[in-house]
Ligand binder design. Sequence first.
Ligand code: MTE
Length: 447
Amino acid sequence: MTDSNPEPRGQLQAAPESFIPADLVSAISAKGINAERRGLIKGAFASALATMAGVTTAAGGDPNIVTLPEWSTTLGKSVATHPYGQPSRYESNIIRRQSPGLTQTDQASVAFTPLQSLFGMMTPSGLHFERHHQGWVDIDPRRHRFMINGLVKTPTVFTLEDILRLPSVSRMHFLECGANTALEWGNSAVPTVQYTHGMLSGSEWTGVPLSLLLERVGIDLSKAKVILAEGADGSSMTRTINIANALDDCLVAYGQNGEMLRPEQGYPLRLVVPGVQGVSWVKWLRRIEVGDAPYATKDESSHYVDLMPDGLQRQYTAIQEAKSVITSPSGGQRLKNSGYYCITGLAWSGRGSVKKVEVSVDGGRNWREAQIQGPVLQKMTTRFTLDWVWRGEPALLQSRVTDSTGYVQPQRAALLEVRGARSIYHNNAIQTWRVNRAGEVDNVQLG
Ligand code: MTE
């Protein structure tokens, strides 16, 4: 399957030697590349240099250096052009996309984050993935109400203004749909990391700790075992969350990356449930009921359950286990020439933080420890990088995370052995990208 909508950064090019600090070349050599191969690396750098734009030695020089472009000789545009900033028009292909592996529908839908084109650990709000069971809704904040009832002393209705006046906190957390990487359970591998892992995003969320609100309405801690969170959209999304989670680090959030939530992300209020699968992060939050037993609603009894090999269903598997993926080079991209590449990707764990990421370029036979690009935060995406010299030979790229509990991300075969292949949700297996001699990268499943 090919991606009909290629990206500006679909073609990757090796960096020339003059751009790489000498100590990095020797560090790469020291980490397993012997002296005899050093010549090869230098050769790779030299050939990369020759193809690099901007260092051409053609007679007359590069016209882009010799002649001033129009933007250097004319007036710039007015600040009035974009009262709200937009990405460069040359980046207009970096967008959320619907998967070629899924049925396209108008309302019940998902659009994936273009992980292959992003940097760092945060997701721009406009590229945060979207997953709606009944389309997104455009709520008038003045008419929106949020109620807490059930096992509480004072059932209370809040307006948005009420919530905005309360003490708030801002925390960075990843949000991953339990169905992320679902198509990889079978053999229907989709072409790019956008579709394999793009139901993952990382944001800074701002809101009121749920514990504070529950305390304020007088939660009956002697009886309370769970809460039920309910959304205001037509899907009547409802999820049971255990009371320990609810009183721990959950937020009733209104902010995302420094501004109000985007409508697609639940404007004006959503529940943030760090480390837990996305379905529990109820958007357009209108009600929380405190109860003494799980509610077994449709969204937890028939959806988001895992069918095990013995025919039984796993239910309430809330936590997103540790997972990582290489985002570049990744499926659909192409290495144009041999030489130095920076392998990069994301790692995360719903049980804590990322302790270590290892990368293999030979399908898991040998592993090297990747560099972690901080900060490393609890239940947040973490960026990793690894220096790699590609010598034009086939390679199988994999990453493997170990989290702060010591849990190690499993190979696909190991996960299938325990879980079978009938699940949709909670696939945290190691992902493999195959590089062929032509430098083309595609998605393969090992084991
Ligand atoms: N909340 C409501 N009210 N309605 C929904 O359809 N979808 C859930 C969850 N909260 C949903 C919802 C699912 S399945 C996921 S994965 C996340 O929201 C996705 O959040 P996002 O669209 O902000 O990425």
